[in-house]
Structure formats: C-alpha cells, structure tokens
Design a protein around this ligand. Structure first.
Ligand code: IMP
Length: 177
C-alpha cells in the first residue's frame, strides 16, 4: 500500500526490539550523565514517540518541554527553519538536552541551538535517534546518537512523509525501486 502510494520500495531498518533496546541504552547514559536531573526538549513533531519512550528510560529527575519547528516539504528540506510552537518554561540555569528524531543536514539543530543558547541554560546537549552523517552540514556536535543511517528517507516511529506514517511501530527506509 505505502509502496503503491510513494512509488518506492519499503525496506525494514529497525524493528520494535532494536528501538526499545537502543532507547534504553540512551536513557541509561543520560541518567548517569545528569544524576541531579535534566530538561528534555523534544523537537516536534517527529520526536514525540521517541521522547515518550526515552523519558521512561531516564531514572534521574526529568522535565519535558517541546518546541515545534517546520522545515520539510515532502522528502526535501527547504533549508528554512521556523519555530511553530515555543517552549512554555524557562531553561535558564538548567541542564538541557534537545531531542531530535533525525539529524539530516543539521540545519534544524544549528538553528535551534542558536535560539536556545541565548536563553542561558547551564548546559545544552543534543540527542538524536537517527543521524545521516553523509548529509551533515552543521556546526554543532551530536552528543547522543541512537543509530547512524544512510541518506535514504525513513518513516515510522514518529517520522513522517507529508504528515503520514508516524504511527508505524518500526522504522522503514523508502528506496528507489
Ligand atoms: P535537518 O534540518 O536537515 O537536519 O532535518 C531535520 C528534520 O527533517 C527532522 O527533524 C525531520 O523532521 C526531517 N527529516 C529529515 N530526514 C528525514 C527522513 O528521512 N524522514 C523523515 N523526516 C526527515
């Protein structure tokens, strides 16, 4: 069905167990790095499922915020990032981790880090479930990475194609047939 709509071949990449195991590792790492507590900022919309699972694997005190951005149309980045929903809380003096579903060019992360740094958090790190190193053009380093993948478009576990397929429990690649 998805293959007929998109004209691409759908290839399974990470199943539910792969995702659960890796998210658990990331939660343990974050808990041990921030025993006093941490503020997680999920980047909407793609990170909402990852954030929901990640915070349940974090054992230190955790606060959750979301920030909404928009930059993609179809499978192509527009290169222009804008905030569609801002934070509700103050991050000054807090240890903050910005949580992305996927870092492709890194434009979104660069833009958001510049916006958040001026709000004076005590520390600011980046966590992403997926990273496409061959597409990176960004200035900042990634602190926590779930999986490195190739440049093909992926859907599922929160990641969408034109607003659809976020609810797929595993991550699939869309490959040219
Ligand atoms: P970047 O600014 O190029 O790093 O793009 C980051 C954002 O683009 C992510 O938060 C996603 O919303 C979206 N994105 C990039 N690659 C993919 C993909 O393969 N599938 C779904 N969304 C993607």
């Amino acid at each position: 069905m998805i293959e007929e709509i998109t004209g691409k071949k759908l290839v399974p990449l990470f199943d539910e167990k792969d995702l659960k195991d890796r998210v658990k590792d990331l939660g343990e790492q974050i808990s041990s790095d921030f025993p006093e507590g941490v503020t997680i900022i999920g980047v909407l919309k793609g990170s909402f499922i990852f954030v929901a699972d990640l915070v349940r694997e974090i054992t230190c005190p955790v606060q959750v915020e979301f920030i909404g951005v928009s930059s993609y149309e179809g499978t192509e980045t527009t290169g222009h990032v804008r905030i569609t929903n801002d934070l509700t809380g103050d991050i000054a003096g807090k240890d903050v981790i910005l949580v992305e579903d996927i870092v492709d060019t890194g434009n979104t992360i660069d833009y958001l880090l510049n916006v958040l740094e001026v709000r004076s958090p005590s520390s600011l790190r980046i966590c992403t479930l997926l990273s496409k190193p061959e597409c990176h053009q960004m200035q900042h380093q990634l602190d926590y990475v779930g999986f490195q993948i190739t440049k093909e478009f992926v859907i599922g576990y929160g990641l969408d194609l034109e607003g659809r397929y976020r609810q797929l429990p595993s991550i699939m690649q869309l490959i040219d047939p």
